[in-house]
Design a protein around this ligand. Structure first.
Ligand SMILES: NC(=O)c1ccc[n+]([C@@H]2O[C@H](COP(=O)([O-])OP(=O)(O)OC[C@H]3O[C@@H](n4cnc5c(N)ncnc54)[C@H](OP(=O)(O)O)[C@@H]3O)[C@@H](O)[C@H]2O)c1
Length: 303
């Protein structure tokens, strides 16, 4: 298949799976539209890929926490007059902690990013694909789509939504040439746990994490062949199968143990996936700068 003139739009393309998806599409000569919040991160990925492949890479710095984000992204893409052949809804975040112990604003943001933006982008670009009777959509869900997860209750709920929504859409589109593929990764070595404040958990510190390169490859291959669903990794396939046989209360109890704080002194603390590590360093740097700005501001206030 010649993908020379095709465009893939990938959200969350600066780190983790999204970055790996961008590399896979670029290697197959897809042009890219990369979406994330950090302009610096986007420009870095765009530079890296255009130096290796003769493709067009466009970037959209957009915060998908904002309610009209999907429409904004669609408007920008429409103004460029390019056709999106593949949509990858990858960007997503979680929050660690007891549901009643942190602010509602954070839940609303997660629902906005993990659900509203996914529904919006799927609606806008899906309609165009249906009109052309051609296109592919990849929805990044999670193994947690099947597991109610204490201490990450809202996150797992949003991923259950992504799975259910996508399964229904697959059925609605079954007689067309528009395909929807759901990727269900297990815990992986990305910045996800750090963004969620879950880097002290048993699952992050003590268990084997998937390599984002392998996860993205599984999703990419499933998307290319038009499969409807893929669970990435042998261990995760077993866990997904078990989830169909166990009551929800037992699934929640299993996840509670995984999400408990790790008491091991030795354990994983750092990301090894390079792009995700860069993402973490960029975030730490900007937090440092913001703290510095705040200190300067406070110093002024005392002048
Ligand atoms: N890692 C895991 O263990 C795991 C397992 C199962 C499923 N997943 C899912 O996989 C997807 C990718 O996660 P990852 O592990 O690759 O995480 P990651 O390394 O943290 O990457 C997240 C990407 O999303 C972007 N993003 C985050 N918040 C955003 C916002 N408000 N607006 C726009 N872009 C935003 C980030 O860039 P900016 O920060 O610059 O915006 C980054 O490019 C998510 O949907 C996640 O839920 C992850």
């Amino acid at each position: 298949m010649n993908d020379k003139n095709k465009y893939a739009l990938i959200t969350g393309a600066t780190s983790g799976f999204g970055y790996e998806f961008a590399k896979l599409f670029a290697a197959d000569s897809y042009n890219l539209i990369l979406v994330a919040r950090s302009n610096e991160g986007l420009e870095g990925v765009a530079r890296e890929l255009t130096s290796q492949y003769s493709i067009d890479v466009k970037t959209i710095a957009q915060d998908l926490f904002s309610p009209n984000a999907a429409e904004e992204v669609y408007r920008t893409v429409s103004s460029w007059n390019v056709t999106v052949d593949v949509l990858v809804n990858d960007a997503g975040q979680g929050e660690y902690g007891k549901f009643l112990d942190y602010d509602l604003d954070r839940d609303i943001d997660l629902i906005q990013l993990n659900i509203t933006a996914v529904v919006g982008l799927t609606k806008y670009f899906g309609k165009d694909m249906a009109a052309r009777n051609s296109g592919k959509i990849l929805q990044v869900a999670s193994l947690l789509s099947k597991y109610p997860t204490p201490l990450m209750a809202v996150y797992a709920g949003t991923k259950a939504f992504v799975l259910s929504f996508s399964e229904a859409l697959i059925n609605e589109l079954k007689d067309t040439n528009v395909t929807v593929t759901v990727l269900m990764p297990g815990a992986a070595d990305t910045d996800f746990f750090h963004k969620a404040g879950a880097e002290g958990t048993v699952i992050y510190r003590e268990t084997e994490l998937s390599d984002p390169t392998d996860v993205a490859k599984d999703g990419y291959e499933a998307l290319r062949s038009g499969e409807s669903k893929v669970v990435s990794g042998a261990k995760n396939k077993v866990q997904a199968a078990m989830s169909n046989m166990m009551p929800d209360s037992a699934l929640a109890a299993t996840m509670r143990k995984q999400m408990a704080p790790s008491e091991k002194e030795e354990g994983r603390s750092e990301i090894t996936h390079p792009a995700s590590r860069t993402e973490r360093e960029r975030i730490q740097e900007s937090i440092g700068k913001a703290d510095g700005d705040l200190e300067k501001h406070e110093d002024h206030a005392h002048d």
